[in-house]
Design a protein. Structure first.
Length: 157
C-alpha cells in the first residue's frame, strides 16, 4: 500500500514540476481526438487584473492542473500592457485571444467546456468579452472572479 501511494506521489510531483517549468503557452500542443476524454476538452481561461500579467494566475493554474490534469489552460496575455484602457476594448482583445486559442488548439468539436477565473479588473474584462463569444455560448461552464468590482468602486464620488 505504501509503495503504491509513493508511486502516485512521485507521479504528482513530476506533473507539478512539469507545470512549473511549462508556464503559459510553452509546450501547448494541438489536441487530437485520441487525447481527450469522452466528454471533450475543458478550457480554463485565467485572466489577470489591473497592471498584471499572465503569470499572476500561475499558482491557481498549477493547483487546478493537479486536481484536473486533463484540462487545457489559456493564461491570457492579450491585455498585459493595456489594463489602463477601455474595458470594452480589453474584452474584445480577450475574446479574440480565446477564439484564436480555440481555433489553434481545439480542432473540430473537441472543446466541450469553457471556464473563467479572473482577478480584479480581469473579472470585468471577462464580462466584457462574453458578448463576443456568442458562438461558444453553449460551452460556457464556470465563471469565477476574485475581488472584482462588479458593482463599481465604493469610494468613487
Amino acid at each position: 500500500c505504501f509503495i503504491k501511494n509513493m508511486s502516485s506521489l512521485k507521479q504528482k510531483a513530476q506533473k507539478l514540476q512539469d507545470l512549473l517549468q511549462n508556464n503559459g503557452r510553452e509546450g501547448v500542443k494541438k489536441i487530437v481526438p485520441e487525447e481527450f476524454n469522452e466528454y471533450g476538452v475543458h478550457l480554463w481561461v485565467l485572466v489577470h487584473g489591473f497592471q498584471g500579467n499572465s503569470q499572476d494566475m500561475k499558482m491557481i493554474k498549477n493547483n487546478i492542473a493537479l486536481v484536473f490534469p486533463e484540462v487545457m489552460f489559456l493564461m491570457s496575455s492579450a491585455n498585459e500592457d493595456h489594463t489602463e484602457g477601455d474595458i470594452r476594448e480589453m474584452g474584445v482583445r480577450l475574446a479574440q485571444e480565446i477564439n484564436t486559442h480555440i481555433n489553434q488548439y481545439c480542432p473540430g468539436n473537441s472543446l466541450s467546456k469553457i471556464s473563467f477565473i479572473a482577478h480584479s479588473l480581469g473579472g470585468l474584462i471577462c464580462r466584457a468579452a462574453l458578448p463576443y463569444l456568442e458562438e461558444h455560448k453553449s460551452k460556457l461552464f464556470n465563471f469565477m472572479t476574485l475581488s472584482s468590482p462588479h458593482l463599481g468602486y465604493m469610494y468613487n464620488q
